[in-house]
Design a protein around this ligand. Structure first.
Ligand code: ANZ
Ligand code: ZN
Length: 820
């Protein structure tokens, strides 16, 4: 008999909503009441096409885990919302010729509808959308705090420029020289941009990696991205010129092998040198390339001789100074000593330009001491991490809440009497907190222009012009919007406080601004104290650097300013689980590859339970797997078997030793599997359990006919995190009280999991056809063993249409059925 998944799923979806069983009691206090569990999956940024099976994979695993935690007695908070601002959504709106604000409403509705079907225990009350002014007022608030605390600044810089998205990008958003969103090769532009000083946190971001329980490969990516490097700066005097060049090296022990110096083309010093025409051209050309391009083209080892020389500080010999674009201006000092004998890159360069190779190594400390005596060296630490470029010349984002007053700029007025004027910041004021949000105006012509000016330049004058917070004169609003990664760098702090629209006012404590007016906060301090940090953060490893680094930075900053109690710890996500990806036809499932599977049709046809189970069974959760239609058919069949097993009447509570053992063993295995996200293993164990129970459960055969009510109950409870609908229905059918999802996870007794069983081999005409796993006593009972053997699905095949002429039984060991 097949069960009607459509009917069941609709029925329970409705009941769950009405009864609010997944609503979290956010006012509980840790330790005093129940223990909390903040179960969070990474923030989805759905497009209008909606959810695909790859996305659902992420959600389902997280939900199985959250459900398991709830059954362990935790108060679980599993919120949902969407990250809807940003280039991704805006590009889609452009593609289909809609305004992003209108499209957002459509996408949102579709997304939530789809999500409501997959059966997650979402706490729908605390939904949030990043484009909701109630949300982005706080994203802007965060920007204002960054500014007030000296962590947001403006500078003219060579920045990454995506010619297709027509905007600048942060370094983290350039993957192998290409735009993270559209894969177009990224170019370079010089532009005034806003930056967040994430580099100020480089050391802490690095140190704290040791304190968090994350997949090692994500930790490695972060360590590499931060890129701490200890070394020395060495000063080289020029021969004909009263100038010095400083180089950064991690290998002072190689200094005797230095046969040339190389300067980055952008280095200010280069402008002071008199260069020949070829050298000038080389420099001009290099300036147009991006850092990424240069890294990629590094193999070619182009460069020019400046004609100048420096004195080697230890040998006194002159060595030539070159310019080459493999040297990056923003790293170290922007100049290096070339040691072709010990550095491969330098070696290639020397070969290319016929420069000498000298192979000498000397004691490092000794060399540093010698140079120290001459005052030509300094120990330094460099980080590869760069400040976070936060401004975007796009439309669909929170306007950067800054105001510029030309008059104040001329008079060099600092933005606040509490803060000294920072260079380049004259005339800039943050919008007052009480005036937030600075609403994004509806601009019909919102498309990026490509001339470097943000689309908000076309906003109504009433929006563009405002009153100067400093002098009260006429001032202009910033027209850039902030990077979407800022929206998602703090959302986990907002979730628990969403329903508290009016968060309490509070004086900043440790902040620089102590003593200023009371401020409203984006999150309720009490709730935050009870619910953060996040207990389990579950998401894809592709966010290894971007989102995860930014969120850690924001948490640290808020914590330093006193907005997050130190007691909550130094990190927002002490535990992170990285799930794998779903593959389809050999490639990662993604819109751009056109191998998307929409879950809707599968849910219609097989049910959300079957799809969830199938996805969780596809492979280890941290590795993902290949999506095949046949797999889900098999899973639906399995659920039918469970349905039939549980709904056959006459289930009595008798514990044969074999059943008892099987049950306790299974519960033990499942508990371990669930705790460790081994969902595929857990499902395999449930399958074995069902196979086992089916053997015992042979209707009409009295003595051995029953797996017992407890075993069936256990089955349903074990299934509940994976297949929430069918388990709810079956639970009701066997007389359980609503809801199965509010029951505790089954417990096992260690001593009952010990192997007190025997394996009885089953032969048909002397050939091995199966094995029975039985309790030691049971295995000696001829009648029982024979009944079980004949009832076994596999063995039955060999008995079909045959007559048993002889039954040989060796107690606890063997059965041989002789058939004709
Ligand atoms: C001489 C030398 C000899 C070097 C040797 C390495 C090996 P990390 O570890 O990443 O910090 N370097 C310094 N500044 C640079 C810049 N702006 N652009 C490109 N390369 C730069 O790397 C430090 C090393 O990278 C430095 O040590 C320098 O080369 C190079 F056998 O100096 B080394
Ligand atoms: Zn002013």
């Amino acid at each position: 008999m097949n069960f009607d998944h459509q009917k069941i799923e609709e029925k329970w979806r409705k009941k769950w909503r009405e009864t609010g069983i997944y609503r979290t009691n956010l006012s509980i206090r840790q330790a005093q009441d129940k223990k909390k569990w903040y179960n969070l999956m990474m923030f989805p940024y759905p497009s209008a096409e909606g959810l695909h099976v790859g996305n659902m994979y992420a959600f389902t695993g997280a939900d199985c885990y959250g459900r398991f935690k709830a059954m362990q007695g935790y108060e679980v908070f599993e919120p949902i919302g969407l990250d809807g601002f940003g280039i991704h959504s805006e590009n889609y709106a452009i593609k289909i010729g809609k305004h992003p604000a209108d499209q957002a409403k459509i996408s949102e509705k579709h997304f939530y509808e789809q999500l409501s079907r997959i059966g997650n225990r979402f706490n729908w009350d605390n939904r949030l959308e990043t484009y909701d002014p109630e949300y982005y007022r706080w994203t802007q608030w965060l920007f204002v705090q960054m500014f007030k605390h000296g962590l947001a600044y403006r500078k003219k810089a060579q920045v990454n420029w995506c010619p297709s998205c027509k905007t600048v990008l942060a370094d983290e958003q350039v993957i192998d020289g290409k735009c993270e969103r559209c894969s177009t090769a990224v170019g370079k532009r010089e532009n005034e941009q806003w930056f967040f000083k994430i580099t100020e946190y480089a050391q802490r971001l690095l140190d704290n990696i040791e304190k968090i329980d994350w997949p090692e490969k994500i930790k490695i990516s972060q360590r590499n991205w931060i890129g701490r490097s200890e070394g020395v700066e060495i000063i080289w005097k020029m021969t004909r010129f009263d100038l010095v060049i400083s180089t950064f090296t991690t290998r002072p022990d190689t200094i005797y092998g230095a046969t040339f110096l190389v300067l980055a083309p952008e280095l200010a010093l280069v402008n002071k040198l008199k260069l020949n025409k070829a050298a000038k051209e080389y420099v001009a050309k290099a300036l147009l390339k991006t850092e990424q391009q240069r890294k990629l083209e590094e193999k070619k080892k182009t460069g020019v001789d400046t004609g100048y020389q420096v004195v080697h500080p230890l040998t006194g010999k002159p060595i030539p100074v070159w310019i080459a674009d493999f040297v990056l201006k923003d790293y170290g000092t922007g100049a290096v000593m070339g040691v072709p004998a010990h550095d491969e890159r330098d070696n290639d360069f020397a070969k290319e330009h016929q420069l000498p190779v000298i192979d000498i190594l000397k004691d490092k400390e000794e060399i540093i001491r010698k140079l120290e005596k001459k005052g030509l060296v300094k120990r330094t630490v460099n980080f590869h991490l760069r400040d976070w470029c936060i401004s975007r010349q796009r439309y669909w984002g929170p306007p950067i809440p800054m105001i510029y007053c030309e008059e104040c700029a001329k008079r060099n007025t600092p933005e606040s009497k509490n803060i000294p004027l920072r260079s380049g910041m004259a005339g800039w004021y943050p919008e007052k907190e009480e005036n937030l949000p600075v609403k994004l105006p509806y601009v019909q012509d919102f498309k990026p222009t490509g001339d470097g000016r943000a689309p908000l330049a076309k906003a109504p004058r009433g929006w563009l012009e405002t009153v100067c917070p400093g002098c009260g004169g006429k001032a202009k609003r910033e027209i850039d919007v902030s990077d979407t990664f800022l929206d998602s760098a703090w959302y986990f702090l907002r979730y628990p406080s969403v329903s508290n629209k009016e968060t309490p006012r509070r004086k900043p404590t440790r902040s620089l601004l102590a003593g200023t007016d009371e401020l409203r906060l984006p999150f309720d301090p009490e709730i935050t104290k009870n619910w953060l940090p996040v207990d389990a953060y579950i998401g894809g490893a592709e966010h290894a650097v971007l989102h995860l680094l930014y969120s850690r930075f924001v948490w640290m900053a808020l914590s330093d300013w006193g907005y997050i109690p130190k007691a909550l710890g130094p990190e927002p996500f002490p535990f992170l689980y990285g799930h794998g990806l779903i593959i389809r036809n050999g490639a990662k499932m993604s819109k751009s590859r056109g191998n998307i599977v929409n879950p809707d049709e599968y849910i219609d046809k097989f049910g959300a339970d079957a799809l969830r189970m199938y996805l969780m069974f596809i492979g280890p959760y941290d590795q993902g797997g290949d999506f095949k239609d046949t797999g889900i058919v098999g899973m639906k069949r399995f659920l039918n078997r469970v349905w039939n097993l549980c709904s056959t009447p006459g289930v009595k509570d008798v514990h044969t030793p074999g059943v008892l053992l099987l049950r306790h063993k299974t519960v033990k295995k499942l508990t371990e599997a669930m705790e460790n996200f081994r969902f595929n293993v857990g499902i395999a164990n449930i399958m074995e359990y069902v196979n086992g129970l089916e053997k015992y459960f042979t209707p009409g055969v009295k003595e051995v006919s029953t797996p017992g009510v407890d075993s069936i109950k256990t089955l349903i409870l074990l299934l509940a995190p994976f297949a929430p609908y069918i388990s709810e229905e079956l639970w009701g059918k066997i007389g359980g009280k609503f809801s199965v999802h509010q029951q505790l996870y089954p417990k096992y007794e260690e001593k009952l999991t010990k192997n007190e069983t025997v394996t009885v081999v089953v032969q048909v005409n002397g050939k091995l056809r199966g094995r029975l796993e039985l309790g030691a006593e049971e295995g000696k009972n001829k009648e029982k063993v024979l009944t079980l053997a004949k009832a076994d699905e596999h063995i039955k095949q060999y008995l079909k249409d045959k007559k048993i002429v002889k039954e040989i039984f060796v107690p606890g060991k063997l059965v041989n059925l002789v058939v004709k």
